[in-house]
Design a protein around this ligand. Structure first.
Ligand code: SAH
Ligand code: SF4
Length: 367
């Protein structure tokens, strides 16, 4: 539970049951939880005195015990291409990033699930961050709440939305923080509040097989798999989690993923690493591997970061790779990198303070 400096409990991130229990603790009836839920998650109100369906004495009582709460914003930047990045500073001083990618009539918000990442994929900047902890439910939902504050998207619109889609593709492996991520997504999906449907939420995972099953059964959101290699030999090296859950098991869990169909396909993300995983033979093997899975691909040009040992495949090589997948019957768009100028592209996220700390260290070494 998060308390602010005056030790008031923040209500953000409590689920409906917890909210009810809190209100009971201060002698209020459970139906008040429904009212509060509406003000917090449908209207985005943070000040109890603006909750006009709640009588003044109760507003005051709530204010004595609680805050609605938002994470502290440390920095925000807008890219030339209109994507936007927030750097959050949480109560223990740790930081995580959130990225918004607006498009015509819609937009995807990319949420972080951990500070750093539990895993150490060799092409990923986040994976090199030493400090790791799970984000709390409040910190995950808080990213979306503050993003919507920034763009003034309250109350939750009926029709078109700026924040129409949620992707769990920021910092961290969401399935290694399953409980908090699941709770946050239930809050985000709740029809009386933020109300974003599971069909508009995508969870990206490096392949934590048992939890893919759990995620399918309990959340039913869209699934994206960071595949990146067609052999266990290579995947073991670039994504060490493969040693625990090899390709065969991973693909089997995709075959069994509930709710996937030709109109709701599993996305296989594939980062294009020059000379490593980008040959025509790799593309053909990919088509063979996903046979029987309602699949689509997303080819991600590798985003280089300082110290990375890989390079991005040449554009014609990526196009050829995409064509082979198309010929195999699969859609395989090449992702256009967004927000490169503000270091918001895939795999570049790492808390700025850590990047600064490292560069200061390097400077000192050079003295
Ligand atoms: N941990 C989860 C979600 C976050 S990563 C996962 O691995 O799926 C979001 C996507 O960016 C993943 O597909 C990841 O493999 C990819 N990625 C990581 N580093 C990258 C880089 N330097 N360039 C391009 N994509 C990268
Ligand atoms: Fe973690 Fe995903 Fe990066 Fe791998 S690619 S280190 S799982 S964030």
């Amino acid at each position: 539970m998060t308390h602010n400096s005056s030790t008031k409990l923040s209500l953000l991130g409590l689920d409906r049951h917890e909210l009810k229990a809190e209100l009971e603790k201060i002698g209020e009836k459970p139906f008040r939880a429904k009212q509060l839920w509406h003000w917090i998650y449908f209207r985005g109100v943070t000040d109890f005195s603006r909750m006009t369906t709640i009588a003044r004495p109760l507003q005051e009582k709530l204010g004595e015990h609680y805050v609605v709460g938002r994470p502290e914003l440390s920095k925000q930047q807008t890219s030339k291409d209109t994507s936007h990045k927030w750097l959050f500073k949480f109560i223990d001083g740790n930081e995580a990033e959130t990225v918004f990618i607006p498009e015509e009539g819609r937009g995807a918000l990319c949420l972080s699930s951990q500070i750093g990442c539990t895993l150490t994929c060799t092409f990923c900047h986040t994976g090199t961050q030493r400090l790791v902890r799970n984000l709390t439910t409040s910190e995950i939902v808080g990213q979306l709440m503050l993003a919507r504050d920034t763009y003034g998207e309250w109350p939750s619109p009926d029709g078109e939305r700026l924040f129409s889609n949620i992707v769990m593709m920021g910092m961290g492996e969401p399935l290694f923080n399953y409980d908090n991520v699941a709770k946050a997504l239930h809050i985000i999906m709740d029809g009386d509040g933020i109300s974003i449907s599971k069909r508009r939420i995508t969870l990206s995972t490096s392949g934590v097989v048992p939890l893919i099953r759990k995620c399918g059964a309990e959340l039913g959101v869209n699934l994206a798999i960071s595949l990146h290699a067609v052999s266990d030999e290579l995947r073991n090296i670039i994504m060490p989690i493969n040693k625990k859950y090899p390709l065969k098991e991973l693909l089997q869990s995709c075959r069994e993923y509930p709710g996937s169909s030709n109109s709701r396909r599993i996305t296989f993300e594939y980062v294009m690493l020059k000379g490593i995983n980008d040959s025509p033979a790799d593309a053909r093997e990919l088509v063979r591997l996903v046979k029987g899975i309602p699949a689509k691909f997303n080819l991600i040009p590798f985003n280089k970061w300082p110290g990375a040992e890989f390079n991005c495949s040449e554009a014609p090589v990526i196009r050829r790779f995409s064509e082979i997948l198309n010929d195999g019957g699969y859609s395989a768009p090449i992702r256009v990198p967004r927000g490169r100028d503000i270091l918001a592209a895939c795999g570049q996220l790492k808390s700025a303070s850590e990047t600064e700390k490292i560069s200061k260290l390097k400077l000192r070494r050079q003295d």
